[in-house]
Design a protein around this ligand. Sequence first.
Ligand code: NAD
Length: 353
Amino acid sequence: MGVGMKILVTGGAGFIGSAVIRHVLQDTDCHIVNIDKLTYAATLTSLASVADYPRYRFEKADIGDGAAVARILTEHQPDAVMHLAAETHVDRSIDGPATFIATNVVGTFTLLEQVLGYWRGLPEDRRAAFRFHHVSTDEVYGSLGPNDGAFTEQTAYAPRSPYSASKAAADHLAAAWHHTYGLPVIVSNCSNNYGPYQFPEKLIPLIILKGQCGKPMPVYGTGEHRRDWLHVEDHARALYAILTKGRVGERYNVGGGNERSNIEVVRALCTILDELRPRPDGRPHAQAITFVADRPGHDLRYAIDAGKTMRELGWTPKFGFATGLADTVQWYLDHAEWWRPLIYRGDRLGLGA
Ligand code: NAD
């Protein structure tokens, strides 16, 4: 992968995509073209620190619009694609799976078709150096029992929610475009991300904002579901390492080695809030925890073995979970101007007045 290459990022106005773009523009000399449809989950303000870089371009487009994608590829001539655009919230996939199929499956198919046509027209040296990095989740591997070993790159896919099924379908399409057409594809599967600029429907920002607004903190079931957590900036560095140093046709697992039950995470957040933003009535934030009816088909446990990515690419997470969580709480407390406009997007959050 060449110095100063141009990377087309899809979904760059989202949580992870914006972290990738900030990292690449601030820490490398690469150019970025960001394609984003700007759904409810998008926040261009997450890119305010880099939006004026001459190496950055934004294109508002749907990855499912083949003509628009073809035009953008021809005009910008990227050297690589990092594909993050997706519908990502499991609860929304249960209530309305159609957009998940449209974007995650059909949108990925359309993108692959357009990128394949573009790639075939490149001169040989650029075709050899080109990469299509498909960014996915550990949820495609299904649910682990309490004593099962962590997911490896060899674990068979067993998705169980409409979200994870749509991502699994997209992963299979990306792999098929490599095996059948020779497109230089790399796939990565990562565990739950947390950190600044995450849309407040996801567990960690939701609990922080509920605590800060003095509202009940909803926890599914008894909070026994277990996830591995990785700071989004560690994921962004892993993704760049996978793109630039990963082997074509391979899959790379990414995770933080921080397996926790949801209730452990929520209690840790409450303790941090007690310190940083005590309740006016002096009572502990944990008193606001409210157990609610479980999500249908809720996967019990995910755990990921990121050994291959660490060994082959020399990547390691920088953030310890306790520090990363405390920094994240402080970030949300300091950045109400970022999240306040978002709490009125849809009625799902229950954070409005
Ligand atoms: P997000 O929901 O925060 O952002 C998704 C972005 O994609 C938004 O900016 C949205 O506008 C854009 N988008 C949606 N549909 C589009 C379309 N049809 N065309 C163009 N843009 C579209 O998501 P995220 O949390 O940043 O996740 C990014 C990727 O990483 C996803 O593919 C997700 O499956 C994967 N992933 C997420 C996590 C996590 O914990 N958040 C973990 C592992 C993998």
